[in-house]
Design a binder for this molecule. Structure first.
Ligand code: FES
Ligand SMILES: [Fe+2]
Length: 342
């Protein structure tokens, strides 16, 4: 394995589950950023993500912990913990231990996903997790689309930044995704933690066409390194979400979601089953294309500095400079390296 020389503890929003994996009363076990964590859903529906170990004697709350109303009760001695990670009850004492607190993570549920804010310095969120509908400002909503289709690949040896760099990598489309011609970028906006990349692309025709004549493309919004959302235009209406979350110092979980637009006209109402089947087929194709990228990323070695072609220089430099802001030392190095330098 080629361990990336980039920190696996970047700051930002990262997907840790899908909302429908955690019903009311569920305690969901997971590990991200080298931390054992639990996500539990209270009676009210509120979801809490916290570190997994009880501050009393260290039981793992994911193995036998129970949701009681709005608290999570430890299986070992019955201590109860709130949404804020505070101890609110010791069943055999008059008062709780107000001093002890389990680390919790800011959490949002959006587009059927559970996103947590991760920052090793403990800062509050300073940008928003992107929304695959609302953030394109076109009035679209999930109801305009068929149900979300998903891909989930666990513990791959890759870094979230690889996926973001794919967004400026015009040359790979022809080779990895077999587009007839090389796409062109029409927007690179890396001014803020949420960045924007637009490009013109086609999957149709032959290599005789000119990109200037192509009338289709993709708009992408990158919410930090963890989550990117896209909207297509001029082709089958689709939206995607890619979410890469570090598990430990070597591996990441990859989630990819696709929505295919429902037809506007009456053809779907005439044969809604056929329309839905065709949409599902197209969604599978979008997922297959993303899998082609994964095949590369999961075996890639991060090249720094890379041997860039002239035409690649601007895009890769912009995205790599932008990415640095999310790392603990502002340079891309790992926290351990940073500690070693001080
Ligand atoms: S270890 Fe959790 S209550 Fe004792
Ligand atoms: Fe790609």
């Amino acid at each position: 394995m080629a361990k990336p020389p980039l920190s696996m503890k970047p700051t930002g929003w990262f997907q840790v589950a899908w909302s429908d994996e955690i019903a009311v009363g569920d305690v969901h076990v997971m590990k991200y950023f080298d931390q054992e964590m639990v996500a539990w859903r209270a009676e009210s529906g509120q979801l809490t993500v916290m570190n997994a170990y009880c501050e009393h004697l260290g039981a793992h709350l994911g193995y036998g912990g129970t949701v009681i109303g709005e608290v999570l009760q430890c299986p070992f001695h019955g201590w109860q913990w709130s949404h804020q990670g505070r101890n609110v009850c010791i069943p055999y004492e008059d008062r709780p231990n107000r001093g002890r607190r389990i680390t919790t993570y800011p959490v949002v549920e959006r587009n059927e996903s559970v996103y947590i804010w991760h920052d090793i310095a403990g800062r509050a969120p300073y940008f928003e997790a992107p929304d695959v509908f609302a953030d394109f400002g076109d009035g679209s909503a999930a109801t305009d689309y068929y149900p979300q289709q998903r891909l989930f690949r666990q513990a791959l040896e890759m870094h979230p930044q690889y996926v973001l760099e794919n967004g400026v990598d015009f040359a790979h489309f022809k080779y990895v995704h077999k587009t007839p011609i090389v796409p062109v970028f029409t927007r690179h906006d890396f001014a803020a933690p949420v960045s924007f990349v637009d490009f013109t692309i086609t999957f149709e025709g032959d290599d005789g066409q000119r990109i200037e004549d192509v009338n289709s493309g993709v708009e992408a919004i990158n919410g930090g390194l963890g989550i990117a959302v896209t909207k297509s235009w001029g082709m089958i209406d689709n939206r995607t979400i890619s979410a890469i979350t570090p598990v430990d110092e070597f591996t990441s979980d990859v989630r990819f979601m696709v929505y295919i637009g429902r037809p506007q006209g009456d053809s779907a109402t005439r044969d809604p089953e056929r329309a839905a089947a065709k949409a599902a087929e197209f969604g599978d194709e979008v997922i297959r294309q993303f899998s082609q990228d994964i095949h590369i990323w999961a075996h890639q070695r991060y090249s720094d500095p890379p041997a860039l072609a002239n035409s690649e220089y601007q895009g890769f430099t912009a995205i790599r400079n932008w990415a640095k802001q999310f790392y603990p030392d502002g340079r891309g190095g790992s926290a351990a390296e940073l500690a070693g330098r001080t």
